[in-house]
Design a protein around this ligand. Structure first.
Ligand SMILES: NC(=O)c1ccc[n+]([C@@H]2O[C@H](COP(=O)([O-])OP(=O)(O)OC[C@H]3O[C@@H](n4cnc5c(N)ncnc54)[C@H](O)[C@@H]3O)[C@@H](O)[C@H]2O)c1
Length: 382
């Protein structure tokens, strides 16, 4: 290939944004597993002061802060007390399980606090709409925690699509999953997670391709969900199998605006090793993105473009872009880009108006699966 073509696929080094000298007073709501990644990122930033934390489980927030040696943090028994009492918070990281994302995010926005909300945005379309109404009314910044957006290989997917080398996109297969990889804790019950594999890893696969093609609106969904593995003590811990009531597998056929078809499948457990790589089909070329064993925020190997050169079908390999040695990681970038957007009055790094469609697809898969037929995607006015 000529240098001019190859140079389209070389990494653009993005300058790390610098802060404006402001000190951000940050609160952490939910001090479970993922809150660790948030606090570890904030603790590397000179311009962040962790002032408050909340968790429903008595003593959990205190233990969490002790573990990180952070002193003087005011501790609360829920998001509500934290937001009622903290008067000069700049931002909160909402790290609660999916089912409480909406109430925590809405309450924080109503109190005039900027929100970094963990993925998935919430559980239903209606909740996503309510969050966006609160966001609009508050004028505050809301960003959804899709840290793979910061990965250079993920950015490359978008660059390739936008370069036009694939031509118009008409069909995408995406998804992935694990042969055996059912989580436990709060991930496997309706009352805390609301959704299973789709909320845990499916939302990433959707974001990877929808972000690349500019997040067209979903129009109709034919969805399927099952949980043959999670509920079976042969494949899951017997105690977890008893309480397992979310999906461990989902598949869907989604029509998107612009005549694009999205074929989606995601698994926490299955007999094959993969439900297939992601492939973006365009009229001039196709891009294959190898699946990862488990979502780690990047691609599972070199991507390949299939296209014709001089009338012959050829393949162009896009080498994996390795993070530089001093890279602070995707969570750091996620938290940093959120704070920088607040400081500069910039746009949310991962805006709700995009993730609304991600959430609507997941929610309509659940609804279509329950009805056993195709349904139209209905999204109330914001
Ligand atoms: N971005 C990622 O890579 C990533 C990875 C794992 C989890 N997550 C997301 O993070 C969220 C949390 O996952 P986790 O593994 O940390 O769960 P977890 O169950 O370990 O922690 C959640 C904590 O939130 C607390 N909580 C719930 N509602 C609350 C409320 N109203 N006020 C205060 N505390 C409340 C719970 O008591 C619990 O301690 C999930 O939505 C999950 O999808 C994101």
């Amino acid at each position: 290939m000529s240098d001019s073509v190859l140079s389209r696929f070389t990494q653009e080094v993005e300058e790390e944004k610098v802060s404006t000298g402001k000190v951000f007073k940050v609160g952490i709501i939910g001090t479970g597993w993922i809150a660790e990644a948030h606090i570890e990122s904030y603790l590397q930033m000179d311009d962040v002061e962790i002032v408050a934390a909340a968790d429903l489980i008595p003593g959990k927030a205190e233990k969490f802060m002790k573990r990180y040696g952070v002193e003087g943090v005011r501790l609360y028994p829920s998001h509500k007390e934290l937001l009622d009492n903290e008067k000069d918070l700049d931002a909160v990281s909402i790290c609660t399980y999916n089912k409480t994302h909406a109430e925590c995010a809405i309450y924080a926005l109503e109190k005039g606090v900027n929100v970094l909300l963990e993925k998935p945005m919430c559980v239903t379309t209606e909740e996503a709409v309510e969050i966006m109404r609160a966001e609009k009314k508050s004028g505050k910044l809301l960003s959804i925690g899709f840290q793979p957006r910061g990965d250079e290989n993920m950015k490359m997917i978008k660059k390739i699509v936008e370069s036009g080398v694939l031509g118009d996109i008409y069909y995408i297969q995406t998804g992935g999953g694990r042969r055996r990889g059912i989580p436990n804790s709060t991930f496997i019950e309706q009352k805390t997670a609301g959704i299973g594999a789709m909320g845990d890893i499916g939302c990433y696969s959707l974001d990877m391709v929808l972000n690349a093609i500019g997040y067209p609106k979903p129009l109709t969904v034919t969805g399927y969900t099952s949980n043959f593995f999670g509920t079976n003590p042969k494949y899951n811990n017997p105690e977890d199998a008893k309480r397992f009531d979310v999906e461990d597998f989902a598949a869907a056929f989604v029509r998107l605006e612009g005549g694009i078809i999205l074929d989606f499948r995601i698994a926490w457990a299955m007999h094959p090793d993969t439900p297939g790589d992601t492939i973006i089909f365009g009229k001039e070329g196709a891009l294959r993105i190898p699946s990862t064993d488990c979502w780690n925020g990047s691609t599972g190997g070199p991507m390949k473009i299939y296209h014709d050169v001089a009338g012959e079908p050829v393949e162009t390999v896009i080498p994996v872009i390795e993070a530089p040695e001093n890279d602070k990681g995707l969570f750091y970038k996620k938290c940093r880009s959120f704070l920088d957007a607040i400081a500069t009055g910039g746009k949310a790094p991962v805006p709700s108006e995009q993730i609304l469609y991600n959430q609507a697809i997941i929610d309509h898969i659940v609804k279509s699966a329950a009805l056993g037929r195709e349904i139209e995607v209905e999204i109330p006015e914001i």
